[in-house]
Design a protein around this ligand. Structure first.
Ligand code: HEC
Length: 102
């Protein structure tokens, strides 16, 4: 195989990665964030621990992400205040992940 062909193939592979990555990265991010930021309190499967069970929650994705980014004065800590280290994008990704817990 000539190096020119090889370069062409590498380019195509890179192009494919760019097209497919954003979607899978999004889903993985939510799961990874959940694991690192939420699972300790809500359980790895959202079954609840210190925090309430999240699987099958009736809250919408928007309500969950709002709780994480804005907090809710009526809730107990840590959700009285916005969660540390959770950006608006993180909140959306993790909220989408929470909705997949069943
Ligand atoms: C330090 C422990 C702790 C961590 C970390 C934590 N939570 Fe919570 N969470 C709680 C507690 C306690 C409650 C119950 C608060 C209440 O009802 O006043 C709660 C409640 C919630 C609720 C509301 C549930 C309902 O039915 O009203 C959601 C949604 C939620 N948490 C999502 C998350 C997500 C997503 C993360 C990760 C970004 C997270 N929590 C991290 C302890 C935690």
């Amino acid at each position: 195989m000539t190096s020119r062909k090889l370069l062409g193939m590498l380019f195509l592979i890179a192009l494919c990665l760019c097209i497919t990555l954003p979607q899978s990265a999004f889903a993985e991010d939510g799961a990874a964030l959940y694991k690192s930021k939420c699972a300790a309190c809500h359980g790895p499967e959202g079954q609840g621990k210190i925090g309430t069970a999240l699987k099958g929650t009736s809250l919408t994705e928007d309500q969950i992400s709002a709780l994480l980014t804005a907090g809710d004065a009526a809730k107990k800590p840590p959700h009285k205040k916005p969660m540390n280290g959770v950006s608006a994008d993180d909140a959306k990704a993790v909220a989408a992940f929470v909705k997949t817990l069943k």
